[in-house]
Ligand binder design. Structure first.
Ligand code: UDP
Ligand code: MG
Length: 316
């Protein structure tokens, strides 16, 4: 029997691009249903992430026109990762597989079919992996490469050049529901959940219309979240670094005592200043790293909901 697919598409202020891409997604879905790759109960589930423009009215109109389109709306903007989880958890009980995909047409919808094939071949997770980064700026290309390396080095399992275009099966969604963390970094979390996985290559296109919602600040925040929610190695690095500084200081103390006892007590302004600056810098960075983790603990202990769904197209 062909699986029921829910295509989860997060949208934030996407009035410019939705009218262009939604028909493409729908056509693809209908094609797959016709070819009996997926069940007729398959749906596209748009998740409006608290948009302030016409996104929600576009989604409701699409849902009225075609029963294969559904939409939910978050009560406010909570970010891409939370929108994804909202959609995944909403779809969990109704489908066999989900595919998460950006709404701007950057993730090639043609690849969905290959993902479903891999699922039918026995995989529970299928990662969409970029075959090239031609549409990225040189800056994004090199920072992304270094970032993946850093994550790997810190011990986080991440799939190289994979963002959030992926297929998940029902068992994976059920397992994911048991992860209650509010600091979400799905591309690091999914490998932790496990299950048999495979990847399909795709070429990431340029945005069909509109603008990115990931300016540098948000990207850095996501990158930091990725590190601190996947690895505690930075804390250990502080300790290692602290030990090295302590050792150097100890040698420095002995050197200073020897100099003092042998009568060479010269006014060492430069060396004192250097030491003070260096040690206080190290301490501040260490405190910052500690603070980052404590902040995460604080947010986790509150256990606030990760998403609040305020509207559903099928309830209106
Ligand atoms: N998005 C979202 N909430 C946000 C920011 C973005 O749901 O707060 C959605 C957005 O509508 C798009 C996807 O996440 O479908 C990826 O965002 P975008 O295309 O702006 O990022 P980029 O592809 O440039 O990294
Ligand atoms: Mg995009």
């Amino acid at each position: 029997m062909s699986p029921v697919l829910y295509l989860i598409v997060p949208c934030y202020n996407e009035e410019a691009v939705l009218p262009v891409t939604a028909p493409v997604f729908l056509e693809k879905l209908m094609g797959m249903i016709q070819r009996e790759k997926i069940a007729p109960e398959s749906r596209i589930l748009f998740v409006d992430d608290g948009s302030r423009d016409e996104t929600w009215s576009i989604i409701s109109a699409l849902a009225r026109q075609d029963a294969h389109v559904l939409g939910i709306s978050q009560s406010r903007n909570r970010g891409h990762q939370n929108a994804l989880v909202a959609g995944l958890m909403e779809a969990r009980e109704r489908c066999d597989i989900t595919i998460t995909m950006d709404c701007d047409g950057q993730d090639d919808p043609e690849v969905m079919e290959a993902m479903v094939e891999k699922y039918l071949a026995g995989n529970d997770v299928v990662y969409g992996v970029r075959s090239d980064r031609d549409t990225d700026t040189a800056f994004k290309r090199s920072t992304a490469r270094w970032y993946y390396r850093l994550l790997r080095w810190l011990g986080a399992e991440v799939v190289y050049d994979h963002a959030d275009y992926r297929l998940l099966s029902r068992p994976v969604l059920d397992a994911l529901a048991d992860y209650h963390e509010v600091n979400l970094f799905l591309r690091g979390l999914i490998p932790l959940v496990g299950f048999r996985s495979d990847a399909v290559p795709y070429s990431r296109k340029a945005r069909a219309a509109g603008e990115t919602h990931y300016p540098l600040g948000k990207m850095v925040a996501l990158a930091l979240d990725g590190v601190t929610s996947l690895s505690v190695k930075p804390l250990r690095l502080i300790m290692g670094f602290g030990a090295v500084v302590a050792l150097v200081s100890f040698i420095g103390v002995i050197w200073a005592l020897i100099r003092a006892f042998s009568g060479h007590t010269v006014a060492g302004w430069a060396s004192t200043t250097c030491i003070v600056c260096f040690v206080s810098g190290v301490q501040l960075i260490s405190l910052g790293i500690l603070g980052e983790y404590i902040g995460k603990i604080y947010l986790e202990t509150k256990g606030r909901p990760r998403y609040i769904i305020s509207r559903r197209t099928w309830e209106e």
